[in-house]
Design a protein around this ligand. Structure first.
Ligand code: DGJ
Length: 734
């Protein structure tokens, strides 16, 4: 069991390369002792001994004048009993008070990993690959229990945490704050990394130094994770690089409003916390009911930022994304959106399918515009019936023609949304999120369906199932194009109005759980105007994410590199689109566009009928080459390399599990004259491995080896012109 009892209330959770140690002290408090590289604890005493002298730090337990929660590293801090730092949770009791004191009651260590109530979480293949520590704490004065769960995996350097509150009293309580985790690290010598962005420019890494008495927080108040931020932060030790050094990463398996923070206290220690955003949240917990906070995934690596990323990739690929797609090659799709926007019809789709089939494309996805009276974005969301003026024989006939051409058929849908100009809205105006008397903000001319309602959930499940069955769908693109405003539900009583945003997410998860059970083999591509809800919560249901609405290849390199800081490449949809690019106006050569997209899940966002004969040939060879390499790209290890010229270049290594096959992609955005010749050092290949290699396009294989590639590096060719790329392929030498 990777959880051991060390005596004196000390518990050690470990994986191959990490240790996490906590202590139940003699006041029944859960003290954090250690998180980091694997150790064999022998002389560890509790952290209590290292606490500073008490000054302005109150002592909650009368007899012990040297004990203050304010100076201790805590596992589950709350407010009101001497700790002044940001709490993990905050409860309000029936008597109006909001001071809690939870003390240790019992713990158990057991194989397996419990599921969370209504929330997605990492799974285990068998009970013996995971161990769970459940610690039950009790607030005796109020009869409320709290169970903190830690799960460690035998084969992954990952720990998950979640919390459940159980009201064992006879009166309701309010949960005002319910974060999933906090951890108190012993100092503040870290740089914090998070991902920031906006629509069409998602996932830019931002580094922030921590400083005394400063709280750095990242949050969403949108009712979705948002394009702007990820429910993620990492802390890196000074000097940590992409490839080496200590990095801690935390990510939340949740798709709604979240809070993530790092707070440095008066003694320069850092509290990291993450969970549902307490802003505009509360939850009424009736007697004998429980509430689960979402799961937090915690990763430590001493192999730098790439080491952390690689652990997230493995665990998400193998224990979060839907099992039925775990090892399935992602298909090459052609999507109608940028090819024809709302102007779709039976004839267009069939002609596109004809042309796409001859190129080797595998699925045609009919995007927006096929339903209701949808000739622009001003109407019809909710009226999921085929527009007969565009598809006179119905969509089943179109789907049949697409299938006849050997392609799968996919359909865009935005099931959580409703247009005020729709029959659905006219029939059920009360089905929207809204607050009476406050007006209703529109975004993209639409409103948000109240997914917290059971009748709305049923409607969405029935609608999507009907479409899948009627049109024999192989693929759905599940879009979501606005965030919540005027948050309220007509179906909930006044004291529960601040539950709406979280209940909305539970509703979405319920719908997706049902659909996944009924249709385990239908691909679902998650989308929210690109990466507006790209997070581990959604990844539990969708094996693909439309990463960004920005299809410009140069912009995409940055967005894809940012996305794979956390998420596996097999989830990152990347489409080659037409030029000039519709978002940036830039015209990038087809080869570069293709290679940028081939470095993730290749697809197309253009009308194949409008290609010249030359372009068709290029696409054909792109597609057939991608079919050969996609196993490596989608399921190999992806290593971001440090280019000597990061201002105009990106470089990535893809290597299979055994290190037998690898590829290096180098992208140059802009050309320069008479630049110094530099070498690209290739980290990530196993030491001592021997290879043959060649640049793609050349015939001869040359000998090389991992040590040479790492220490000497690859000489970067002098590439004339902007938007040039080089790919080297490597195969192991016997
Ligand atoms: C936003 C998506 O990100 C696009 O790819 C496209 O599907 C449009 N919605 C359709 O309205």
């Amino acid at each position: 069991m990777p959880i051991e009892e060390l005596g004196r209330g000390m518990l050690h959770l470990y994986s191959k390369n990490t240790s996490y140690i906590l202590n139940i002290d003699n006041h029944g408090q859960l003290i954090h002792v250690y998180w980091g590289g694997r150790i064999t604890p022998e002389s560890l005493t509790t952290a209590v001994r290292s606490a500073p002298l008490l000054a302005f730090s109150p002592t909650p337990f009368g007899g012990d004048s040297q004990y203050s929660l304010d100076v201790l590293p805590l596992e589950c801090p709350t407010f009101g009993r001497s700790d002044f730092r940001a709490p993990m949770f905050h409860l309000q009791y029936a008597d109006g008070s909001s001071v809690s004191e939870f003390v240790f009651d019992s713990y158990q260590i057991r194989p397996g990993k419990p599921k969370l109530d209504g929330l997605p979480s990492l799974y285990s293949e068998s009970d013996d690959e995971v161990s769970t520590l459940e610690i039950r704490l009790l607030d005796h004065a109020q009869d409320v229990a709290m169970t903190v769960r830690y799960t460690v995996y035998r084969d992954f350097d990952v720990m998950t945490r979640s919390v459940q509150w159980i009201n064992e009293s006879s009166r309701p309580i309010s949960i005002l704050r319910a974060l999933s985790m906090t951890v108190d690290l012993p100092d503040a010598d870290y740089q914090m990394l998070h991902l920031a962005g906006a629509w069409a420019r998602e996932t830019n890494p931002v580094w922030t130094p921590l400083a005394s008495q400063k709280m750095v927080s990242i949050e969403s108040r949108r009712g979705a994770t948002g394009h702007q931020a990820q429910p993620f932060l990492a802390l890196a030790r000074p000097g940590a690089t992409r490839h080496r050094g200590d990095v801690y990463g935390v990510n939340l398996v949740y798709s709604g409003s979240f809070l993530a923070f790092a707070e440095v206290d008066q003694y320069d220690r850092t509290r990291v916390g993450m969970g549902i955003n307490p802003f505009d949240f509360s939850w009424l917990l009736e007697p004998n009911h429980s509430f689960d906070a979402p799961e937090a995934v915690m990763v430590f690596s001493d192999q730098g930022v790439n080491g952390m990323s690689s652990i997230f990739h493995q665990i998400y690929q193998q224990r979060l994304m839907p099992r039925s797609f775990r090892d399935r090659n992602r298909p090459i799709v052609v999507n109608t959106w940028e090819a024809s926007y709302f102007d779709v019809s039976h004839d267009t789709v069939v002609a596109m399918a004809d042309s796409a089939a001859s190129l080797g494309v595998e699925i045609l996805v009919l995007d927006d515009g096929w339903f209701g009276r949808r000739s622009n974005d001003q109407s019809s969301l909710g009226d999921w019936y085929v527009d007969r003026s565009k598809f006179p024989d119905g969509l089943a006939a179109t789907a049949q023609k697409v299938h006849d051409r050997g392609l799968g058929f996919g359909l865009w849908i935005e099931p959580e949304m409703i247009s005020p100009d729709s029959d659905l809205y006219r029939a059920h105006p009360d089905w929207c999120i809204g607050v009476d008397g406050r007006g209703a903000s529109l975004a993209r001319h639409q409103r948000v369906l109240d997914m917290s309602r059971a009748d709305v959930q049923t409607f969405v499940v029935e609608t999507v199932s009907r479409l899948i069955r009627d049109f024999s769908l192989d693929y759905i693109k599940w879009d979501m194009n606005r965030n919540m405003t005027e948050i309220g539900s007509r179906a909930l009583p006044a004291p529960r109005q601040r539950e709406v945003a979280h209940r909305y997410m539970l509703g979405v998860y319920h719908v997706l759980t049902t659909l996944r059970e009924w249709f385990p083999d239908v691909w679902i591509e998650g989308c929210s105007g690109g990466g507006g809800r790209l997070d581990p919560g959604m990844l539990a249901f969708v094996p693909l994410m439309w990463t960004s609405d920005n299809t410009d290849a140069a912009a995409r390199l940055q967005i894809q590199q940012g996305t794979v800081l956390i998420y596996p490449l097999s989830a990152v949809s990347a489409h080659v689109s037409d030029v000039p690019n519709h978002q940036t106006g830039r015209s990038i050569p087809m080869e570069f566009r293709g290679r940028a997209a081939m470095s993730a899940v290749l697809g197309y966002e253009l009308d194949p009928r409008r290609l010249s004969e030359d372009q068709r040939e290029t696409l054909k060879s792109q597609i057939s080459w991608y079919k050969e390499i996609r196993g490596l790209v989608q399921f190999g290890r992806h290593v971001v390399l440090d280019t000597p010229n990061p201002e105009f270049a990106y470089a990535w290594l893809f290597v299979d599990e055994e290190g037998q096959r690898a590829m290096i992609f180098y992208f140059q955005l802009t050309a320069g004259a008479n630049r110094p010749r530099r070498r690209l050092r290739v980290e990530g290949l196993g030491a001592g491995m021997s290879y043959e290699w060649r640049q793609v396009g050349e015939r001869e294989w040359q000998p090389t080896n991992a040590d040479e590639l790492r220490n000497v590096g690859v000489l970067i060719p002098d590439l004339k012109n902007d938007y040039q790329s080089v790919v080297w392929e490597l195969r192991q030498r016997a």
